[in-house]
Design a protein around this ligand. Structure first.
Ligand SMILES: Cc1cc2nc3c(=O)[nH]c(=O)nc-3n(C[C@H](O)[C@H](O)[C@H](O)COP(=O)(O)OP(=O)(O)OC[C@H]3O[C@@H](n4cnc5c(N)ncnc54)[C@H](O)[C@@H]3O)c2cc1C
Ligand SMILES: *[C@@H]1O[C@H](CO)[C@@H](O)[C@H](O)[C@H]1NC(C)=O
Ligand SMILES: *[C@@H]1O[C@H](CO)[C@@H](O)[C@H](O)[C@H]1NC(C)=O
Ligand SMILES: *[C@@H]1O[C@H](CO)[C@@H](O)[C@H](O)[C@H]1NC(C)=O
Length: 517
């Protein structure tokens, strides 16, 4: 039976049940109540009865029959998705504590969802209520112009634009599709980290709802150890209803970008020039982001994967081009450049609206200190050979390399926050799309390709233990808790102690959990 039909029948039985039964007296345990026809419908009815009246006007509680359902539960990663039974969408920050308290008291699992770009496999074990943050996008700039209060449903695109229109910038993800809070709780990499550090480094204050529904203020002088923990491992501890983040006057009216396509024979030259520019984290702080992608561009070359590189500089073209001289010296298939206001820099870098889609992705990610040129050649050859074996997987497949300016990240005391990877300045990943209806062999091949790419990257830094950026953790078993949350034993010890104190029943266990249940 198809889902819509089942839902319709369920609705009918449900209506009959409502007509037949007198209202349930308060306090009748749920297991004595009339048997529903689906757990989803039961939960929806329960929440509508028990919770709806307590929430502020404009809050919504809905299930799969609502026309907004599909859009509301859509995610970037369509594999290992959380099972959403009911959506509760608070209209006010104060609703969140009521929702959380009710869910906790009734042993209903809940998950804060903002832009749905979280992709880690542990999300797939979730079943329950989506606390949908989309209405909570308020942004208030402080009178002194040094910070702003962002509600928990803020997201990069809106934040960037709203601040820019008033002459300010702040740290956000570099991809405009992602939320602000989600990345921030795990660090948060973006175009300003050379100047200002991670998103989490710029948090001044968090308004947090804990697992029991209590509301607390978290900052350097209030719950200061929790403040430490939520700057890197925050998803494990609470829901942020709003956060105060530093903001900065925009320095330059425009950003300069320059993109290049190169043939594969330039691979060594490109990576050597790039390592020179990135300079183990000492590169120019205004070269906010550079990305390098190896993939097929069939319009330019039918046979070989090509190199596509994009650079973005927080300043004028002539300044930027001095730093880019080594790349201009490498003969390209084509190149293109321009100067745009900061909110538009996402488009030439392919991190704007066009990159927001969703799909079934197989991928693996690494953190590195420098790009090993020998390894990059091995990765290229492996990529090309695997693509020949699995052409269906090759269209979207890419080896993606990120290079941010990172100076300010490394100037912050390493022990001062839970973010443990201030030395690992490069993020790289393999990603491909598993086609709809792919059989088991094809699906397996996609994940094997990802894993083998990961292993090659890792082999290029002999003697170094694997490290994983929490917001890029996919769920492989090579991603250990130590590799994610830090190898110094005191880090996990401290996190686990705080976890026991602030979330003893492990309600927050669906996003790279410190404690699996
Ligand atoms: C296409 C793409 C681009 C990316 N670009 C970047 C980037 O530039 N920089 C970077 O650092 N990372 C980036 N990431 C990784 C990103 O940090 C994570 O995917 C992050 O979880 C996305 O947050 P979200 O709000 O979009 O997703 P969601 O799935 O809505 O949220 C992710 C998790 O964050 C938690 N959460 C969300 N809101 C709250 C809240 N208000 N309070 C408490 N917990 C909350 C929940 O545990 C939730 O499961 C990218 C990911 C993708 C898929
Ligand atoms: C820290 O949090 C407490 C409690 O919410 C609050 O009273 C105080 O003003 C906060 N301090 C800062 C600097 O935000
Ligand atoms: C890539 O693979 C194709 C098909 O196997 C092959 O013809 C081509 O020479 C390879 N290119 C490189 C640069 O290795
Ligand atoms: C680069 O990777 C190769 C293996 O691919 C390894 O032998 C070599 O030591 C690495 N170089 C450095 C500087 O780590």
């Amino acid at each position: 039976m198809g889902a819509p039909l089942r839902r319709l029948l369920c609705g009918l039985t449900f209506l009959q049940a409502l007509v037949a039964a007198s209202p349930l007296p308060q306090g009748v345990p749920r297991y004595f109540r009339r048997e529903p026809c689906s757990p989803h419908a039961l939960l929806l009815r329960q929440l509508q009865q028990d919770l709806a009246d307590d929430l502020s006007d404009g809050s919504l509680i809905f299930g799969p029959s609502n026309p907004a359902w599909d859009e509301t539960i859509e995610r970037w990663q369509m594999l290992s998705r959380p099972e959403i039974q009911v959506v509760v969408q608070p209209a006010e920050e104060s609703d969140i504590s009521k929702i959380v308290e009710y869910c906790s008291d009734n042993s209903i699992d809940f998950l804060a969802v903002n832009r749905g770009h979280g992709f880690t496999a542990s999300l797939g074990s979730f079943k329950g209520v989506q606390i949908d943050m989309k209405q909570l996008t308020g942004l208030t700039i402080a009178e002194d112009g040094k910070s702003a209060l962002f509600q928990g449903g803020s997201h990069a695109k809106e934040v960037i634009k709203t601040l820019w229109d008033q002459g300010y910038v702040t740290t956000t993800g570099s991809n405009e599709c992602v939320g602000l809070t989600g990345p921030a709780l795990g660090g948060g990499h973006g175009r300003f980290e050379g100047l200002y550090g991670l998103i989490s480094d710029n948090i001044l204050h968090l308004n947090v709802v804990l697992a029991d529904g209590s509301e607390i203020g978290v900052n350097e002088t209030s719950h200061e150890e929790l403040f430490w923990a939520m700057q890197g491992a925050g998803h494990n501890f609470g829901i942020v209803t709003s956060m105060r983040l530093k903001i900065y006057p925009a320095q330059s009216a425009t950003w300069h970008w320059h993109n290049y396509y190169w043939t594969e024979d330039k691979l060594e030259a490109v990576f050597e020039a790039w390592n020179g520019l990135l300079d183990n984290g000492n590169g120019p702080v205004l070269m906010g982001s550079s990305y390098g992608q190896i993939s097929f561009f069939p319009d330019l070359n039918e046979y070989d994967p090509l190199l596509w590189w994009t650079f973005a500089y927080n300043g004028p073209a002539d300044e930027a081009e001095e730093f880019l001289a080594p790349f201009n010296a490498i003969e390209s298939i084509s190149d293109e450049m321009g100067d745009v206001p900061y909110p538009e820099i996402v488009d030439p870098q392919d991190t704007g609206e066009a990159s927001c889609g969703s799909g079934q992705f197989a991928f693996a990610t690494v953190l590195l200190q420098t790009y090993n040129v020998t390894t990059e050649r091995e990765l290229y050859n492996h990529f090309n050979e695997t693509a020949a074996r699995y052409p269906e997987l090759a269209t979207v497949a890419r080896l993606y390399h990120q290079g941010y300016a990172t100076k300010a990240i490394r100037e912050i005391d390493y022990d001062s926050t839970a973010y443990p990877h201030r030395d690992e300045i490069l993020l790289a990943l393999f990603l491909t799309l598993v086609p709809d209806g792919a059989d088991e062999e094809m699906t397996e091949a996609a994940w094997t390709w990802a894993k083998e790419s990961w292993a090659l990257w890792q082999s290029g830094q002999p003697g170094r233990e694997p490290a994983t950026y929490v917001n890029y953790a996919t769920g492989y078993d090579f991603e250990t808790l130590e590799g994610i949350y830090g190898r110094e034993p005191w880090r996990l010890e401290k996190l686990l102690r705080l976890k026991a104190e602030y979330d003893p029943n492990n309600r927050f266990r669906f996003y790279v959990p410190l404690v699996s249940s």
